[in-house]
Design a protein around this ligand. Structure first.
Ligand code: URA
Length: 244
């Protein structure tokens, strides 16, 4: 059996965003940190970081926050941004404040632009992040697209051809699938993640996207009960769906 890694209690709590080493030291010394019901008052104490730790440790009577290796799904609302490069509140403002102080930090897995809503994954696991966004992974992402003008009818054929060139680029897009559901709405599935890709694909066929919502990453679908602005921790089964 492999041995669980150990970490000093003050470092564990500080890495989880509970405060600076000095601040968590105060919490610990005041008896606010309990393991299996007993206060640990020495911040130097080495803690075995086992997966069940959040069920055994409490901080100020609340279960310990999730350990590193966190993967979240967020239903991104329109108007929040994935990066400081765009103006507006960041998606991180939708998470508990402490979770934004963690080390390793939570990052979005790829991006949705400010006006795009839907399924956004976040993780503090850099290797997982790269495994999902790597072009080699070829993970399909499905978008529900609403358009300004009626479809021409040849969009599916054009997107599937693998020859569509976006303005300002010198490499054609990989084949993408399109399924119309009405004359101004459909689902497009892409495996790349070029800048504003879906909006630019429709601009290339003379249309304009008026609403864009990602509803699937791999076989993982945005759950109906996850309202815009809400998030939850992904289960192992859900994470496996991203790759299937
Ligand atoms: N394509 C876009 O145009 N915007 C997104 O946010 C994602 C894909």
């Amino acid at each position: 059996m492999s041995k669980a890694p150990t970490l000093r209690l003050d470092r564990l709590l500080s890495n989880l965003g509970y405060g600076s080493r000095r601040e968590v030291q105060d919490l610990i010394e005041a008896g606010y940190v309990l393991l299996d019901g007993d206060a640990i008052i020495d911040g130097d104490e080495k803690i075995a970081v086992t997966p069940d730790l959040p069920t055994r440790m409490t901080v100020e009577d609340e279960p310990l926050d999730p350990l590193p290796g966190l993967v979240l799904m967020l239903n991104k609302p329109v108007g929040v941004t994935c990066s400081h490069k765009e103006q507006g509140p960041l998606v991180y403002s939708l998470l508990p404040e402490r979770w934004c102080e963690r080390n390793p930090a939570l990052s979005t897995i790829g991006r949705l632009d400010k006006e795009t809503s839907g399924l956004l994954l976040l993780t503090d696991d850099g290797a997982l992040l790269h495994r999902i966004i790597s072009p080699k992974a070829n993970i399909p992402k499905r978008y529900d697209v609403t358009l300004d003008r009626a479809l021409r009818g040849d969009e599916a054929k054009i997107f599937a051809a693998g020859t569509l060139m976006l303005e300002g680029e010198d490499k054609p897009l990989l084949p993408a699938a399109f399924e119309a559901v009405s004359d101004r709405r459909g689902f497009v599935t892409i495996t790349e993640g070029r800048y504003h890709q879906v909006r630019r694909m429709f601009a290339a066929v003379g249309n304009h996207v008026t609403a864009l919502m990602r509803d699937r990453v791999g076989a993982l679908a945005l759950p109906d009960d996850l309202a815009p602005g809400e998030f939850r921790i992904l289960s192992e089964d859900e994470l496996a769906k991203v790759f299937s």
